[in-house]
Ligand binder design. Sequence first.
Ligand code: CTP
Length: 398
Amino acid sequence: MELQGKCVLLGVTGGIAAYKMAGVASALKKRGADVEVIMTRNATQFITPLTFETLTGHKCMVDTFDRDFKFEVTHIELAKKADVILVAPATANVIAKMAHGIADDMLTTTVLAARCPKLVSPAMNTGMLENPITQDNIRTLEKYGFTVIPSESGQLACHDVGKGRLPADEVLLDYISRALAPKDLAGLHVTVTAGPTQEAIDPVRCLTNHSTGKMGYAVARAAALRGAEVTLIHGPTALQPLRFVRDVPVTSAQEMFEAVTGCFAQTDVLVMAAAVADYRPATVAADKVKKSEGEMSIPLTRTADILGTIGPAKTHQFLCGFSMETRDMVAHSADKLRRKNLDMIVANNLKDPGAGFGVDTNLVTFLTPDGAVRQLPLMSKDAVAGAILDEILARKGK
Ligand code: CTP
């Protein structure tokens, strides 16, 4: 679990979005985090401490002078225990207090005492948010090292439409994961390809494959959380765009080829997880092809092999390919590793249960030019992504 062994302290303040933090607390627990919650007195008007206590298994702190707790000096103990603090929703009032070092309740006292990364997610009416006083206070927080999560636009509780909404749970969770991740890929440009390509037959039809992009997206996300500058070049997928990455959507193998070669000089690590078509229709019909009696065949021509082209021409880049097979996986993958001049290949067998397209798990084997063949246990694609980056980092230094 991504957040195992980490303590996340949520500071919930008095805005209508406070109720949404129950979902965030629950999701953090599911990811393995130890979750503590401090509420302001005003927040208890919107959601009760009991909700958070039930979800987290900890007493939810509100009152600085509450004596019914296990710690000696709670605001100091929680400030020391937290690996990250997220104040969300953060009202204009609490933002103003934190920006000026005012510590007049349990939450602001703890925030002032803490030395861990601090995230603040402003959520309020657009007028309050855009008020220069609030904007100045937000800049002050950033100057002091707080990470301010931009609020989103939409319909607000006051029926105004504008900026000031609390972002979705997944956004807050990604900021927390990034704050907690080691920054061992900082300074590296990582390019990741993901998903299928589509090769047009005519304006309505294409040749494609079953790749969903999940594995490549997991690698891109993990690399970004670990501090890399990530470019994600992907074919058409149904996945939500990732945060903290440069998103480059493409359609065909040729477009992917151009996108990869276009950023190759600035790339330190290339992870080619995309399922690139090896063939495309030799010609693309300008109009829809109409059916007729009898059989039909479509002449195909080879697409450019992206890794096969850039592999032999690499300079400082570390190249990691993927290999999906249905038989003789190790032999075929070792052959691709050699032919494409790769530094590593991640192989999987589509016929293994839990591996391959669409599922959230993968069963992979790493092959490297030194002849090492390392099979990993069945893991989530997120865990596989972490293992791939660990292996790359370990080998890149060699
Ligand atoms: N790949 C690529 N360009 C292509 C096709 C594939 O860069 N036109 C990359 C894939 O992204 C993957 C690796 O090459 O990282 C291996 O792909 P695969 O198609 O399985 O390898 P092939 O050598 O094409 O083997 P096969 O004969 O099984 O198709």
